[in-house]
Design a protein around this ligand. Structure first.
Ligand code: AMP
Ligand code: ZN
Ligand code: FE
Ligand code: FE
Length: 278
C-alpha cells in the first residue's frame, strides 16, 4: 500500500528542515508521496521535487494560506495549483511583505511586554523562509523569559493574545478563489485546531472542496466527526502531519498519512477545477 503525508512544511516557511531533510525523512518513513504546504509560500516545492526524485517520492505542490474571521484563525490548504503563474506569485509576495510588517508590530508589543528582542533576531531565525510566529516564539525562547513555545503562544502571541497582530491580506473567499483560479483544490486545514465548525458552510459556499480530517492534533473521535461532516457536505477527506522539522519539538513527518488514493482524488478534483475556471 502506498501512503502520502499531505501537510509538510520546509524552511521556506517555519520548519527547521531543508527540502533534502524532508525528502530523506519521507524516504525513511517509506512514504510514496508528500505535499509541501508552506505558509503563504511556494518556494519550497521545486527544491523538494528535486530532493525527492532520487528516492522516487512524488511531491504534490501545496500551500497553506492563513485567513481570519473576527473570532477565528483559519488555515486553508491548496493542492495542485499552477503555482508558477505570475499573478499567483505576486499575490504571495504581497502576503510575505505584510508578514514582515506584522513582525515589526509584534516585536514592538513584545518589547513593551519585557522581551529584550529585535526584528533582526526573528528575521535571522526565518533565514530564507517566510517569517512567522514560530520564529517569533523561537526568538522569545532565546531571551530566557519563557520556557516553551506553548507558553509563548498561550500567553503572548496566540490568536488574539496581547502581543498578537493579525496577518491577513485576503478574506476567506479571496483566498479560496485564489487557489481555485490557479487550478488548485482548497481544503480546510486542521479544523479542530480552529475549533469553529460554524464557518464550514460559509467556506463551502466560497468553493472549499475538502477537509483535513487526519492531523497530528486530531484525536480519533475528532477524525470521526470530520469524516461524518465531509460525507454530509460531500467534501474530500485529506490528512497530514503538519511536520515543522524540529520547529515544534519533535519530527512529525509520516506520523499522519493517508492512502495514495487521496492524492489521486485531489489530482482529479484539480483537473475539474482547471476546466471549470478556464
Ligand atoms: P503564522 O503563519 O505567523 O500565523 O504562524 C503560524 C504558525 O504558528 C504555525 O506553525 C502554527 O501551527 C503555529 N501556531 C499557531 N498557534 C499556535 C499555538 N497556539 N501553539 C503553537 N503553535 C501555534
Ligand atoms: Zn507553521
Ligand atoms: Fe496550519
Ligand atoms: Fe501547517
Amino acid at each position: 500500500m502506498k501512503y502520502a503525508d499531505l501537510h509538510v512544511h520546509t524552511f521556506y516557511s517555519d520548519s527547521t528542515f531543508s527540502p533534502e531533510e524532508v525528502a530523506l525523512c519521507a524516504h525513511k518513513k517509506a512514504l510514496a508521496c508528500f505535499a509541501v504546504c508552506d505558509h503563504d509560500c511556494v518556494d519550497g516545492i521545486e527544491p523538494c521535487q528535486e530532493a525527492a526524485r532520487p528516492f522516487d517520492i512524488e511531491v504534490v505542490p501545496g500551500i497553506e494560506i492563513t485567513v481570519e474571521k473576527a473570532d477565528a484563525e483559519i488555515h486553508i490548504l491548496g493542492y495542485f495549483m499552477d503555482w508558477k503563474v505570475d499573478w499567483f506569485q505576486s499575490k504571495l509576495k504581497e502576503m510575505q511583505r505584510s508578514r514582515l510588517d506584522r513582525i515589526y508590530m509584534m516585536v514592538d508589543k513584545l518589547v513593551g511586554a519585557g522581551f529584550p528582542m529585535t526584528v533582526q533576531d526573528v528575521v535571522k531565525l526565518a533565514g530564507k523562509g517566510t517569517v512567522g510566529r514560530l520564529h517569533v516564539a523561537q526568538a522569545m525562547l532565546k531571551t530566557g523569559k519563557v520556557r516553551s513555545i506553548k507558553e509563548c503562544f498561550d500567553k503572548y502571541i496566540g490568536f488574539l493574545k496581547p502581543c498578537y497582530v493579525s496577518n491577513v491580506r485576503f478574506s476567506p473567499r479571496e483566498s479560496i478563489e485564489m487557489i481555485l483560479k490557479a487550478g488548485g483544490v482548497p481544503v480546510l486545514a486542521h479544523p479542530d485546531v480552529t475549533g469553529k465548525d460554524e464557518y464550514i458552510p460559509e467556506l463551502i459556499e466560497c468553493g472549499l472542496l475538502g477537509i483535513e480530517a487526519y492531523h497530528t492534533e486530531h484525536k480519533a473521535h475528532v477524525v470521526r466527526h470530520y469524516e461524518t461532516l465531509a460525507k454530509r457536505y460531500d467534501l474530500l477527506v485529506t490528512g497530514g502531519s503538519d511536520c515543522h522539522g524540529l520547529g515544534k519539538g519533535k519530527v512529525l513527518l509520516g506520523g499522519v498519512r493517508v492512502p495514495y488514493t487521496v492524492v489521486e482524488k485531489l489530482r482529479e478534483a484539480s483537473e475539474k477545477v482547471k476546466h471549470a475556471y478556464r
